[in-house]
Ligand binder design. Structure first.
Ligand code: C2O
Ligand code: CU
Length: 591
């Protein structure tokens, strides 16, 4: 097996992802970061030089299981110390499974600052790419994100303010496709075809920001060079395709907040992969994608040569952000831009439609690449996690079983490796496995006498245990409000055993063909049940992938194989912070 080596300089860059210049976190002078394309089984070795000067840094490889290398998972306070300014760290791990993944910063809100990029793992020749015989047109890629004009520092400071001074981050300014978007303008608006968010689009064309739109128009009409010309940082993404072929379109979402809907005008999408795992193919007109998820869809260019809109709009929250657009352009198309309106995103609050899509995702069956089924003999532990938005000392927090996660100065992995749990975090007990029977999920937390606290306690799972987790959604601080949360587990894929409405009461779960995933959504006032095998020695984050929610405490930590920790090959420099740093001279791995 070979090694893929890369060296990255991570630094602040001035960039205009949506045509307005801001400070972002870039890699090697660019945004988004470099593409990683590895082969299954290959070792990926990436040296990260932190040139941020004023803040630490870690990079998480979202979807990589890190078997044997939990210290390379890139989660500050969990798997390692943040890499200090001026210092370097080399991540080394095996890209063990073909599929569609990405990487991103995992310290503070660095992901939302633009620290992310693709990580695609190709199958080996022997494995053969699943579905390869079904597409002859090659690959297209769409990395979706959302972008705020406010810095992540301002966002974080707002979230931490007390009582009525609390400032929610609000809706993003722009949706980005492959790191590009057009703030307050939609290509469709200037070409006269936009219907979706009419008023905003018209303001855009007439109002203060008209210049942008005029430039865009000029660019489109006379192909003069305006901000949307191909060499600009916010140029619209154009996918050049040949007619009469089938393409594999990889789609991933690293959004800070937004749930998205993707459609390609006049083209159906056949879903074949979710989070790096083959699913039983099904065909739809559009897909929903939540932060932390990835899909591969097959798309057949079965129209007469032309140009078609790719349209990406917000789901689940009242959109204040214009849909993002890109263009699917057939070779020999007579028109470079589509001649009809961009498709409209389905109604943002059509929850039934979102559930319908999500429920259709099932494991691939009767094929060589069908994922293994879940163990059904015995479940060693069931953890029910009540998700609430609550107040702690005037601060708005998210909590799991009324514990809002705070991260310690000493990484958990290091604490276990060196046997200093007691001084590194609250090791006097575990995080709670459930919540009181009497808790009414249809009422805000204030109506339930159950006090939230901040804690850095963890769940300790014996090596090999079969664990069920039920994520239970509930009323937020405001009555009758409940949000959608995409939960992501590090170090594992899990089986999604089912979804339901209201309160979970030992339901019938799907152990026949549950999809394997690493991220799963919990719908408002509903529950989602997953199963995984705790067979990966390490300390793993499990959290809502909405960046501000995680920042407000919506997460948990699973520690697996405590007695096997000392057998790990943990690089010493990764753990030199917190209590380990002060006691470093005398510490040896725990026995
Ligand atoms: Cu992609 Cu812990 O996250
Ligand atoms: Cu959330």
């Amino acid at each position: 097996p070979t090694t893929l080596n890369m060296t990255w300089d991570v630094e602040y860059i001035l960039w205009a992802p949506d045509c307005q210049q801001r400070v972002m976190i870039g890699i090697n002078g660019k945004f988004p970061g470099p593409n990683i394309t590895a082969r299954a089984g290959e070792t990926v070795s990436i040296t990260v030089n932190n040139k941020l000067h004023t803040e630490g840094l870690v990079i998480h490889w979202h979807g990589m299981r890190q078997v044997g290398t939990p210290w390379a998972d890139g989660t500050a306070s969990i798997s390692q110390c943040a890499v200090s300014p001026g210092e370097s760290f080399t991540y080394e791990f095996v890209a063990d499974k073909p599929g569609t993944y990405f990487y991103h910063g995992h310290f503070g809100m660095q992901r939302a600052a633009g620290l992310y990029g693709w990580l695609v793992v190709d199958a080996t020749a022997e494995q053969g790419e699943p579905y390869r015989s079904d597409y002859d047109g090659g690959e297209l890629r769409m990395l979706l994100s959302d972008w705020y004009h406010e810095s992540v520092y301002a966002q974080a400071a707002g979230l931490e303010r007390k009582d009525k001074h609390f400032e929610w981050v609000g809706e993003p300014q722009t949706i980005l496709i492959n790191g590009r978007g057009q703030h307050d303008c939609m290509l469709g608006a200037v070409t006269g075809y936009h219907r979706g968010i009419d008023r905003r689009a018209r303001t855009c064309v007439r109002g203060k920001e008209a210049q942008l739109c005029r430039d865009e128009e000029r660019c489109l009409r006379r192909s003069e060079c305006g901000p949307y010309c191909p060499e600009s940082q916010c140029a619209p993404v154009v996918f050049d395709v040949e007619p009469g072929r089938t393409y594999r379109l990889r789609i991933a979402s690293t959004t800070s907040l937004s749930a998205l809907n993707v459609q390609v005008q006049g083209h159906e999408l056949t879903v074949v992969e979710a989070d790096g795992n083959p699913v039983e193919p099904f065909t739809v007109t559009d897909i929903d994608i939540y932060s932390g998820e990835s899909y591969s869809v097959l798309l057949t260019t079965n129209h007469t040569p032309g140009s078609f809109w790719v349209s990406v709009g917000v789901r689940g929250r009242r959109p204040k952000t214009l849909p993002a657009t890109a263009v699917l352009r057939y070779t020999n198309s007579r028109h470079p831009w589509p001649g009809s309106p961009p498709p409209e995103t389905p109604a943002w609050d059509d929850l039934q439609r979102s559930k319908g899509f999500t429920h259709r995702i099932k494991a691939r069956r009767n094929a060589a690449e069908a994922p293994r089924p879940p163990p059904t003999e015995q479940v060693n532990r069931t953890i029910v996690m009540l998700n609430t938005q609550t107040l702690v000392d005037g601060h708005v927090k998210w909590a799991v079983n009324n514990v809002s996660l705070t991260l310690p100065a000493t990484p958990y992995l290091g604490a276990y490796f060196y046997g200093v749990q007691g001084s590194a975090f609250d090791a006097s007990g575990e995080a709670p496995d459930g919540f009181p029977d009497g808790y009414d999920i249809d009422l805000p937390p204030a109506n339930n006498s159950y006090k939230t606290r901040l804690s850095d306690r963890v769940y300790e799972l014996p090596h090999g245990a079969v664990v069920d987790v039920v994520l239970q959604n509930a009323d937020m601080l405001r009555h009758n409000e409940s949000e959608t949360h995409p939960w992501h587990l590090h170090g594992h894929d899990f089986w999604v055993l089912g979804y339901g409405e209201g309160r979970y009461r030992s339901e019938r779960l799907n152990t026949e063909d549950p999809p394997l995933r690493n991220t799963v959504v919990v719908f408002p006032h509903g529950w989602t049940a997953i199963r995984f095998v705790a067979d990966n020695v390490g300390a793993w984050a499990f959290h809502c992938h909405i960046e501000p929610h995680l920042h407000m405490g919506m997460g948990a930590v699973f520690v697996e194989g405590v007695d096997k920790m000392r057998e790990l090959d943990v690089p010493r420099e990764a753990m030199m912070c917190g209590v380990i740093k002060t006691a470093a001279a005398v510490l040896t791995p725990s026995k």
